[in-house]
Design a protein around this ligand. Structure first.
Ligand SMILES: [Zn+2]
Length: 87
């Protein structure tokens, strides 16, 4: 099961509702907190918190970024950024 968490790019609120489509067919969301609309998945890296947890856990076990990029298909830069943030 894949749960995509989307957050508002303005206030980081999680109360987003679907708000129609843009001209090129992208989903638009309206933030209930600040009433601004944003395009789909304003999340900077495109991974869910759940996926990130899973990948970081695998990193702790294997300590190999190269292995992770092969297993999960994440970019090395993405993983390094997460690891830095965690410390
Ligand atoms: Zn907002």
């Amino acid at each position: 099961m894949v749960t995509i968490t989307i957050t508002c790019s303005y206030c980081s609120g999680e109360q987003l509702v679907r708000h129609g489509l843009t001209k090129n067919g992208k989903q638009h969301y309206l933030c209930k907190d600040c009433r601004r609309s944003s395009r789909d998945q304003p999340q900077p890296n495109g991974y869910t918190a759940q996926a990130r947890e899973e990948i970081l856990r695998a990193y702790e076990e294997r300590s190999s970024v190269r292995g992770l990029t092969r297993t999960f298909g994440v970019s090395r830069n993405t993983v390094s950024a997460w690891i830095k943030k965690k410390k």
